[in-house]
Every structure is written in structure tokens, then in C-alpha cells.
Design a protein around this ligand. Structure first.
Ligand SMILES: [Cu+2]
Length: 122
């Protein structure tokens, strides 16, 4: 009889642990980027805007742009030739590493009204 209770208690503990692990796991997933907006050093291209409009980073940081729009965009520096992603389709990403302090302006060459800015600090 005692052994049966022991088995039941062990089973209950195992089930409780599985539930806690599952809850932690699913909460972790909900904290993912799709709900919370762009992560560190990341710019989302969404609804014909760069989000954030101005991203502030340290020197030697790589910024990642991700196109989350149904239409194509580019990430093209106003300073001609500094960086240009070319056409980014939905889901495409572009990365650029900023090695000098300063303010960098860019736009989408397909939609010139789309502007963004990178502020690089020491
Ligand atoms: Cu565009």
C-alpha cells in the first residue's frame, strides 16, 4: 500500500515539473521578437517605415535591417556608396557595420519618402 502512494506522489511531482517547464518554455516563446518590436541593433522595415526611425549604436556595431513588409524596399545611405542593400524582398535582411562615430541618414530608393537614421557614438 505504501509503495502505491509513493508511486502516485512521484508521478504527481513529475507531471508538475513537466507543466512548469512547458509554461516557462511557452512564455519564453511569447517574449520573441514578433510581439515586442525590433531587438538590439535591429531595424524593422514595416508599413513603409523604418522602426526605429533613429537607432543609436556604439562604434563597430552591426545593424540588421529586416524587411517585414509585403513589398520590396532598400536601405540606401544618403552618403552615396557608403551602404546599399539592393532590393530587399519580404523577409530579407541587410547588415552593415558602422566603424566611425557620426550620424548616418538613409532612405529607401523605391520609396524616397521612407527615411531612417543611424547615430553612432563612441
Ligand atoms: Cu521602400
Amino acid at each position: 500500500m505504501e509503495r502505491k502512494w509513493t508511486i502516485l506522489v512521484v508521478a504527481a511531482v513529475v507531471i508538475a515539473v513537466i507543466l512548469v517547464v512547458a509554461l516557462v518554455f511557452f512564455n519564453g516563446n511569447n517574449d520573441g521578437r514578433s510581439d515586442k518590436g525590433p531587438g538590439h541593433n535591429e531595424v524593422w522595415i514595416k508599413n513603409l517605415t523604418f522602426d526605429p526611425f533613429n537607432i543609436t549604436i556604439s562604434v563597430n556595431t552591426t545593424v540588421t535591417w529586416t524587411n517585414l513588409d509585403g513589398v520590396s524596399h532598400t536601405v540606401t545611405s544618403d552618403d552615396v556608396g557608403l551602404f546599399d542593400s539592393g532590393i530587399l524582398s519580404d523577409g530579407d535582411t541587410f547588415q552593415f557595420t558602422f566603424v566611425e562615430e557620426g550620424q548616418y541618414f538613409y532612405a529607401c530608393s523605391i520609396h524616397p519618402e521612407m527615411h531612417g537614421m543611424v547615430t553612432v557614438v563612441a
